[in-house]
Design a protein around this ligand. Sequence first.
Ligand code: HEC
Length: 149
Amino acid sequence: MTFSFKSIASWSLVVLILMQFAPLKRINPPVVSVIQLPRLIKSSLKKACYDCHSNETRWDTVAYIAPASWLASNTVASGRNALNFSEWNIQDMANNQQKTTKIQKVISEGSAHQKLYYLWKPETRLTVKETETLLQWLNQRNGRTRVSP
Ligand code: HEC
């Protein structure tokens, strides 16, 4: 039995349409705690990290079309699992040095952390200034004297 291009194309279309009906957890649960941070720190984190590490995800249009939506909802789920600023407070940040150090590491890596995302939404990348300010502030939180990354 041979498959014509036309039959493959139409079956692919059917599969693509069916894929849209797979249920997804594309929800924003309530924000448990609003972390109190200096304005610039908060706005930088909101811009570059909150889409995957908070309950305030800005779901992109593409997040509604399968299979991109599967990737998006999976990434957000595991991102929230690793770190969720909506369920965290400043005390956690002070107490949890290990996590703070990891956050510093991720920020130093820049867009390498989530290449596809930062390529897709370049406007969410941190500027050099924002990166420096964040790292400096986190260093102070960690009680270290080191200033530059
Ligand atoms: C596109 C989604 C996305 C964005 C945006 C994003 N992350 Fe993540 N992040 C993830 C995912 C998924 C994981 C869990 C898997 C992994 O470790 O890569 C994660 C893991 C982490 C971890 C835990 C790493 C570890 O080793 O335990 C930290 C810390 C982190 N991210 C910080 C950040 C910070 C800070 C930003 C903003 C500058 C950010 N992330 C932006 C998706 C994202």
